[in-house]
Design a protein around this ligand. Structure first.
Ligand code: 5AD
Ligand code: SF4
Length: 375
């Protein structure tokens, strides 16, 4: 009988894409995907640690799995499984695997905290999930599938930007661009399975470069594939949004006229402390060029409030630029210190009450801005 697996995915689109890849690899090895955690032989949790709150949620979910193991019986579990196990409540056939960014950050500490975890697999080693499961289970049949799950195509892995608040470079490792041919093969697989709208993924897609093919060359190439109707991408970084990329975006008719361009802060002082390598002026110049070339373009963004040393004036600079750009929507966050990042060693000196208050003011302004139609 085929073993079943369940995946719970937390966090960003990168994690969604990683979970899809793991699911695909497991299905190819004869495992069956289930939507029901209770009946799964293998429970995989793909975790996020980008902010403290995300990590706390992941840990709480893992903690709750203990109760599930105690109470539910998986579909293929037998009495003998339970009886032959050292822990009567956790049959040998039932495995719990934690992957993703919390796995990278806490590694074996996770196993100490939750002894019922079988394997901890870091975010940059996801191919190991199917390897370890092959070791655990020997009843594998090959059931090569062309099934694809989402429309995501990973073009870069990892990140080498080291924005001072961000833990991603530490948990996902340095940036690597995937070869063009691999990306095109992934796209072909998607179009063959009936998907015609794709989203290219990377922590900073604008710095893509594989043997001289840069992001502009790549999107122009993909835009030419007749089976593709819609071509999205995320996430862009203003520091690498070159004129060549702006021109390419404008000339690709399959790219929707909505661009996600994280701002993080509107204060040059804070942008420098964040190690973002652009100024408010540079950001506005990019927005201006894109608006000129794509008159109905809309922008979405990410903004952090309460970064160390953010004064009322710095925060007002952020409010000003929000008004100037007229964002369609934004993901907004209170700064959350992440261990061993550069900002972790700065004083987290904006009190929580002020972070909350600034976040509320920012969100109120964004709401007004998103309703305005300036065109
Ligand atoms: N605190 C708050 N927000 C953060 N982000 C990343 N790291 C932190 C942090 N330590 C936000 C950024 C990023 C988004 C994915 O999460 O805005 O663009
Ligand atoms: Fe984090 Fe900056 Fe890399 Fe984005 S570009 S993942 S914010 S370090």
């Amino acid at each position: 009988m085929s073993k079943t697996f369940f995946i719970r995915t937390m966090g960003c689109q990168m994690n969604v894409a990683d979970s899809d890849l793991v699911a695909q690899q497991l299905i190819e090895r004869g495992f069956l995907l289930t939507e029901n955690v209770n009946e799964a032989d293998i429970i995989i949790v793909n975790t996020c640690t980008v902010r403290q709150h995300a990590e706390a949620r992941a840990l709480s979910y893992i903690g709750d799995l203990k109760k599930l193991i105690l109470s539910a019986t998986s579909a293929t579990e037998t009495l003998a499984d339970r009886e032959s196990s050292a822990d009567p409540h956790k049959p040998k056939s039932r495995k719990i695997i934690v992957m993703g960014c919390v796995a990278s950050r806490l590694k074996d500490e996770l196993k100490k905290k939750f002894p019922f975890i079988d394997d901890v697999i870091p975010a940059n080693e996801i191919e190991k999930v199917s390897e370890v499961l092959e070791k655990h289970y020997d009843c594998l049949t090959s059931n090569l599938s062309n099934k694809t799950f989402s429309e995501f195509v990973t073009i870069t892995r990892g990140c080498s930007n080291f924005c001072s608040y961000c833990i991603v470079p530490y948990v996902r490792g340095p940036e690597e661009s995937r070869p063009v041919i691999k990306i095109l093969l992934d796209i072909e697989k998607l179009t063959n399975s009936g998907k015609h709208e794709i989203t290219l993924l990377g922590q900073n897609v604008n710095s893509y470069n594989s043997n001289g093919t840069d992001f502009a060359d790549l999107i122009l190439k993909i835009n030419d594939i007749s089976e593709i109707n819609k071509l999205g991408f995320m996430t862009s970084h203003p520091k690498d949004m070159s004129d060549k990329i702006i021109d390419a975006i404008a000339s690709c008719e399959k790219i929707p006229h909505q661009i996600h361009l994280p701002l993080q802060s509107g204060s040059d002082k804070i942008l420098k402390l964040m190690n973002r390598h652009y100024t408010k002026e540079k950001y506005l110049t990019i927005i201006g060029k894109l608006k000129k070339k794509i008159p109905d373009v809309k922008f979405t963004t990410d903004i952090i409030v309460g970064f160390p040393d953010e004064t009322e004036k710095d925060f007002n600079d952020t409010l000003e630029i929000v008004k100037e750009v007229n964002f369609a929507s934004a993901f907004t966050f209170k700064y959350s210190p992440r261990e061993n990042t550069k900002a972790f060693f700065m004083k987290d000196d904006v009190p929580m009450s002020i972070k909350k208050e600034r976040l509320a003011r920012l969100n109120a302004l964004l709401k007004i801005e998103s309703k305005k139609d300036v065109r």
